[in-house]
Design a protein. Structure first.
Length: 179
């Protein structure tokens, strides 16, 4: 989860573009939970690379995450992310919240209202910041979900919303025939 993991995002993009697998003008990034964190890290660290992003129940601020998550989740997260008692400076540097002013990409944020692993405050911070800055943002809150989607209707809604978002911001314009 350290800095090199975030650098891997750019390395992956560079590989895809160099090998003509991806169009550099139509790149999106998406992930859930730790992937949601990586999505926001990618959007903040590489603001000119991505045109759109989808953050699903991701951590954006390690300070608020550790303050609001369940104690058992905080305990196991210190091993994965860092200890907020002894590595507060590192966690601050790794928190995308402190770089949200860099985000240019249209961002959809999806979260479960009852998420105790990654509390909904993480999503709200992203949405509020991007709205205030005029960055296109959509917030999809599932009032009957926690960390991830258990209900089929919510899985379908999530997939449809994300697909619409990426089509809106990444799809190639339709070509019209010249007459």
């Amino acid at each position: 989860m350290r800095v090199n993991a975030v650098k891997d995002i750019k390395s992956s993009v560079d590989y895809l573009v160099a090998n003509k697998i991806a169009n550099p003008s139509r790149l999106g990034i998406m992930g859930g939970s730790y992937g949601g964190y990586m999505t926001m890290a990618g959007l903040t660290e590489y603001p000119d690379v991505f045109k759109a992003g989808a953050d699903l129940f991701g951590v954006v601020n390690f300070e608020t995450f550790f303050a609001n998550t369940e104690p058992w989740m905080a305990a196991i997260s210190t091993v994965e992310y860092g200890d907020p008692q002894t590595q507060a400076d590192l966690l601050r540097r790794l928190s995308p919240i402190h770089k949200l002013d860099q985000v240019k990409a249209a961002t959809i944020v999806l979260h479960g209202a009852n998420d105790t692993n990654v509390p909904v405050v993480e999503a709200e911070q992203v949405v509020n910041n991007l709205k205030q800055r005029g960055v296109p943002v959509q917030y999809v809150l599932f009032p009957d979900e926690g960390h991830g989607w258990r209900k089929t209707t919510n899985r379908i809604r999530s997939t449809v919303e994300i697909t619409r978002w990426f089509v809106k911001y990444l799809a190639e314009p339709l070509q019209t025939e010249a007459k």
